[in-house]
Write a protein that binds this ligand. Structure first.
Ligand code: NAD
Length: 348
């Protein structure tokens, strides 16, 4: 694709949007879920570390690195729940893939849209393993930026047909309903989280608040349900009452990170959890009976971003939806970096 190693393909927001529209959002979610699943299945190959977080009173900025030994990847991502009040996104991101053998980047990409896609694809992939068989109804509490992506992933990967929506801000629900009106869902607008969860096979919590929130209390959650808890993803930022966790079988991405960031921060450090790669490779069971509450305590892990970047990289040659970035200084003689500067001065 790129002939010169100093030129790195860059996928801008504009190109990412064109890529999603060209492939189709639902097809892309399905295909990306396959990449994410393939990487979970080769879990032991990956370098794994909890993400590196820099906290402030307003939010967090995080770096999420991993490598499979051949390719290295990282994502820069922020989470600032009060940003929307100033017309800014809660979550923005960009990411890089590099060759491990020479350290040169091979892709730079926007990842704000890609994060929404990969988070939704991961949620739905996990639910395909854990949710009650034949699930058709999902409650979605929090109708912000992630919500439509979540809905469409659950439609195309799990078979969700009915959505029950609730947000403390009715404008967010209006937006979500409007955006999803042509995707074939039956949508019910609810006036409380309690109403939203009525009759739901799957409950998705995808709210943003930098506090220990209680979006769901224990009395709201019956049996035979799968909870997809997305918004508790930072120290001091959770969504579920502790008693729900104590009644649930808890599934996580990478335990050391989830114990710091997930709903798990509310439980003892030795509370039993199952990592999703174990379920996907058959090492551990997923749902073992219909009545169980399964809980995906999602925080978002580096391998999912790596998979999403891999997916994007694999689309570039066919679609041409990238631009060349003059990214790396490339002197004719490798050690003559200063000489390259002098020759540029001579050229005027
Ligand atoms: P957003 O700010 O666009 O939307 C959040 C919505 O939650 C808003 O509409 C807000 O009104 C609503 N909300 C807040 N408190 C609520 C409450 N008590 N009840 C009902 N609704 C409430 O944010 P977003 O980009 O959609 O992200 C949502 C959450 O998902 C954030 O917390 C973000 O950090 C998290 N997230 C997690 C992952 C992951 O991999 N687990 C990935 C991306 C985002």
């Amino acid at each position: 694709m790129t002939k010169k190693l100093n030129i790195v393909p860059f996928v801008s927001v504009d190109h990412m949007m064109k890529l999603v529209l060209e492939i189709g959002v639902e097809k892309m979610l399905v295909e990306m879920a396959d990449y994410i699943e393939a990487d979970f299945k080769r879990w032991e190959l990956f370098d794994k570390t909890p993400r590196v977080a820099s906290h402030s009173p307003e939010g967090v900025i995080e770096l999420m690195p991993t490598s499979d030994g051949e390719v290295y990847g990282f994502k820069y991502v922020n989470g600032h729940p009060s940003n929307t009040k100033q017309g800014l996104q809660t979550v923005t991101a960009f990411g890089v893939l590099s060759n491990v053998n020479n350290g040169y980047p091979v892709l730079i990409s926007e990842m704000t849209i890609l994060t929404a896609l990969r988070t939704a694809a991961t949620s739905a992939l996990v639910a395909r393993y854990l949710a009650p068989k034949g699930s058709t109804t999902m409650a979605m509490i929090g109708n912000g930026a992630q919500s439509e992506f979540q809905a469409l992933a659950f439609k195309s990967i799990v078979g969700i047909k009915n959505l029950r929506l609730y947000d403390i801000d009715s404008i967010a629900t209006d937006k979500c309903m409007e955006n999803l009106k042509n995707y074939g869902f039956t949508i019910t607008r609810c006036t409380s989280a309690e109403e939203a969860v009525q009759g739901a096979d799957i409950i998705t919590t995808v709210t943003a608040d930098k506090q220990y929130a209680t979006i769901l209390t224990d009395d709201m959650v019956g049996s035979a349900v799968h909870i997809n808890a997305i918004g508790g993803d930072c120290p001091g930022k959770t969504e579920l009452h502790k008693d729900i966790l104590l009644r649930s079988e808890i599934f996580v991405e990478y335990t050391p990170q989830t114990r710091i960031e997930g709903e798990l921060q509310q439980l003892n450090a030795d509370h039993k959890v199952t990592e999703m790669w174990e379920v996907m490779t058959g090492v551990a069971p997923g749902r073992v009976n219909k009545e169980q509450i399964t809980l995906f305590d999602s925080v978002g892990f580096a391998t999912e971003d790596f998979s999403a970047l891999r997916y994007v990289r694999d689309q570039l040659e066919r679609t041409g939806l990238y631009q060349d970035l003059d990214m790396l200084a490339d002197p004719d003689t490798p050690r003559d970096l200063f000489g390259m500067l002098l020759r540029a001065a001579d050229k005027g």
